[in-house]
Design a protein around this ligand. Structure first.
Ligand code: MRU
Length: 409
């Protein structure tokens, strides 16, 4: 599968050698997102159904290294330790994990245990629950002997659908960016600000928040992205900056605190972020810090868009207050990772040894601060009715009390 020369799938590949790596483009050429000129996806199945390949995102941007996950336990670890991360990719990876679990124990007890193990890996992104429910529904009615193959096929469908959803979402978002560009002074490039990584690396391919950006860039729209560093794990600095750079999209890294200043000074035309879970009323939970960007955008009159494929919508909750926010380890706050002057990956402490730290990994952006949601079916207001108009078959029915048979539906 996708193999890097000089990499044994678990070893490190020096950053300086990336551009000369011989990599095998074994995946469909649909993707416009390239690494060293080669189209990649973030997850790919072994032909025999024994394993999936992934990019170890904990090593980016310093090392590009792929690795194979061949058991349920390895998949659970990869999600928990964030070798793979980002709501849609977590979902697709978990579906493959369930299939690998079925190879080992396809009984009803094995199925329930595999689902429970994967479900516990990360609590916030609802795509995990969605993908596992889908995989379970596909295999539970089958005899155990057929479950592993059926789960593998379902995981493949979930992965392919993710790409299709992002492409459709990207088209709608790109059209909105083109409209914004027409409204701006001629000759001026479009300035986008994004938080965390909701790009190609957070999905199977293309990304959510960055899909409109990639499409606009590919079509020749002059565009530039302000990339929030996204403390504490720095997904912006390490992942978004890396993937935009690989694809040649102009971008500039900024400290998280700089966004408000840029917006006050007319240097941001729109903010686009992804989402880990969206409530039925349009409230959005995304990487911590998203809320502060939405407040600043609201104050400055900058449009604030959230890119949301439908598997990220949790129709079972009416607002975002009940969405569980993952609390991660304090070490992510008290320490940072990077390359030292000898190109060695090192971790350094930035606070006194005894300083306690809190690390809520996500925050809630109320729907009232969101200009619009960009979905695969179009762009809608962040409201119950806005989402219901696009997804009538998925949205819960209005409460009976408001049902009036005299009125046209
Ligand atoms: O903790 P992470 O890196 O998994 O968080 C990722 C994000 O918050 C993304 O913005 C979100 O998953 C949307 S990805 C398309």
């Amino acid at each position: 599968m996708v193999a890097a020369e000089g990499s044994d799938h678990s070893g490190l590949v020096p950053d300086s050698s990336m551009r000369s790596l011989a990599v095998e483009p074994a995946l469909p050429m649909l993707a416009p997102v390239n690494v060293a000129g080669i189209p990649y996806r973030t997850i790919w199945p072994d032909p025999g159904g024994n394993a999936v390949g992934i990019i170890d995102q904990t090593l980016l941007p310093h090392r590009f290294s792929t690795t194979r996950l061949s058991s349920l336990a390895e998949v659970a670890h990869a999600i928990r330790a964030m070798l793979v991360r980002g709501a849609p990719l977590i979902g697709a990876t978990a579906a493959y994990g369930l299939a690998l679990g079925m190879r080992h124990d396809p009984s009803d007890i094995g199925l329930a245990a595999a689902r429970a193990l994967l479900l516990a890996t990360r609590p916030t992104a609802v795509n995990l629950r969605w993908a596992l429910a889908r995989a379970q529904a596909a295999v539970a009615p089958l005899p155990p002997a057929q479950r592993a193959a059926a789960a593998w096929a379902e995981a493949g469908r979930i992965a392919e659908e993710d790409v299709a959803l992002n492409r459709a979402l990207g088209e709608h978002g790109c059209a909105r960016l083109e409209q914004l560009a027409r409204e701006r002074a001629p000759g001026r490039r479009l300035e986008i600000l994004t938080h965390c990584n909701a790009g190609w690396l957070a999905t199977v391919d293309l990304g959510t928040a960055l899909a409109p950006v990639y499409l606009a860039h590919n079509r020749g729209l002059p565009i530039h992205v302000w990339v929030d560093e996204t403390r504490p794990r720095n997904q912006g600095a390490s992942l978004t900056a890396w993937e935009l750079g690989e694809h040649g999209v102009p971008h500039t890294l900024i400290a998280d605190n700089a966004g408000g200043h840029l917006m006050q000074h007319g240097q941001v035309d729109a903010v686009i972020v992804g989402a880990d879970r969206v409530a039925a009323n349009g409230d959005v939970v995304n990487k911590v810090g998203t809320y502060l960007k939405a407040l600043a955008a609201h104050d400055c009159g900058v449009p604030f868009f959230v890119a949301v494929p439908s598997p990220t919508i949790d129709w079972s909750i009416t607002d975002g207050s009940g969405i569980p926010v993952e609390e991660r380890g304090a070490r992510e706050v008290t320490h940072i990772h990077g390359l030292d002057s000898r190109d060695q990956l090192v971790e350094v402490r930035i606070s006194p040894p005894s300083t306690p730290a809190a690390n809520p990994a996500f925050d809630l952006t109320p729907a009232r601060l969101i200009t619009a949601l960009i979905t695969e079916r179009g762009i809608c207001p962040a409201t119950t009715n806005g989402l219901r108009a696009l997804f009538p078959e998925l949205a819960p029915l209005p409460p009976m009390a408001s049902f009036n048979p005299e009125l046209p539906s």
